[in-house]
Design a protein around this ligand. Structure first.
Ligand SMILES: *[C@@H]1O[C@H](CO)[C@@H](O)[C@H](O)[C@H]1NC(C)=O
Ligand SMILES: *[C@@H]1O[C@H](CO)[C@@H](O)[C@H](O)[C@H]1NC(C)=O
Length: 320
């Protein structure tokens, strides 16, 4: 056991907190609310200081009036291979990890704004306790019930995601905003079909023949910016692409997600809902898009949430 001392400034008052934590597990000691929540991640561990100090943090709000059309952005290329892996309840979220063996089939992502070739390593799910919020990225301040994030590592320069995550141009993140719908994407159904096996922290289930490309919405329009991981250590190594159409989740799937718990079976703690970080300041970063507002009058970003299948929510993204 080690004593972890924390000096926190809470509403102007300094409080010294001491925790008994077992070595090795204390890196896991962060949450999405309270004194171990997003506002304090940077104070919990010196290696996570970017969470509080960084100026290129994620997620961000995508403000359509501030997007810059970049005619040099190419369509994103995502290979159509199906991959095998394991879905895990990490206590912080539901995460699919692809088999990282060099012999296993892999999905590569390149083109778009990317200068390197990236290999898909993980898919993360973020979701809320109600349909009003749950996404990390927002559009014009609008939150969504959930968000899928596909993370790949730079396979030209690095050996695996843990090496790439701290390195320059290490990671690509593709964010898919999720909206309520009656019909869902088949691959998303595959992902959620295993949820009853990973209700508690540490539980795992095999998920084979999963297609990342089929998970994507039917659009080649996106917004891209340079940001960070949305969980500790908030490394500023991620090129984000936020696709300009949602995918859909049914009420039943959202209900299944909301059954997941933060703790282990014998101590389930609280439901694993609201595992999203609030949006971060852009600090003058460029948000570039391949949507030509003048040419695609019907495709321009502000119509994204006015689409008849695409009802805007009014939740407060900062609400925990
Ligand atoms: C990963 O893929 C390799 C090559 O196909 C296979 O030998 C190995 O058993 C797989 N690992 C897991 C954990 O499924
Ligand atoms: C990732 O790659 C680094 C550098 O080659 C290596 O030291 C590390 O053990 C690898 N980690 C995993 C989880 O495979």
């Amino acid at each position: 056991m080690a004593v972890l001392s924390l000096l926190l400034a809470v509403q102007g008052v300094l409080i010294l907190l001491q925790f008994q934590v077992s070595l090795g597990s204390w890196e896991e000691w962060w949450t999405y609310d309270g004194i171990s929540g997003p506002n304090y991640w940077g104070l919990l561990n010196p290696e996570w200081s970017l969470c509080n100090m960084g100026h290129r943090q994620s997620p961000v709000d995508i403000d359509p009036s501030k997007l810059l059309f970049d005619p040099h952005l190419r369509p994103l290329h995502v290979e159509k291979e199906r991959i095998n892996g394991i879905i895990t309840n990490t206590g912080h979220g539901i995460v699919f990890k692809a088999n990282s063996s060099t012999k296993a089939s892999a999905v590569h992502i390149n083109s778009g704004p990317l200068s390197y070739d990236y290999r898909v390593a993980e898919v993360h799910l973020h979701f809320g306790s109600t349909e009003k919020f749950g996404s990390e990225h927002t559009v014009a301040g609008q939150t969504f019930p959930a968000e899928v994030q596909i993370l790949g590592y730079n396979a030209d320069l690095y050996k695996n995601i843990s090496e790439a995550v701290t390195k320059s141009q290490g990671i690509v993140g593709i964010a898919l905003l999720i909206q309520m719908g009656v019909e869902t994407n088949l691959e998303f159904r595959l992902l959620t079909s295993q949820l009853n096996k990973v209700l508690y922290k540490g539980q795992q289930a095999v998920l084979n023949s999963f297609s990342v490309r089929e998970l994507l919405p039917d659009t080649h329009f996106y917004t891209t910016y340079e940001g960070s991981l949305t969980m500790p250590g908030c490394h500023e190594t991620v090129t984000w692409l936020v696709m300009n159409k949602p995918i859909y989740i049914t009420k039943q799937q959202l209900y299944a997600l909301k059954q997941s718990m933060q703790g282990e079976r014998d101590n389930p703690k609280a439901p694993l809902v609201n595992n999203f970080r609030p949006t971060q300041a852009t600090h003058h970063r460029l948000l570039r898009t391949n949507i030509d507002f003048n040419r695609h009058k019907n495709q321009q970003c502000p119509t994204m949430y006015k689409n008849m299948f695409y009802k805007a929510n009014t939740g407060n993204p900062g609400l925990q």
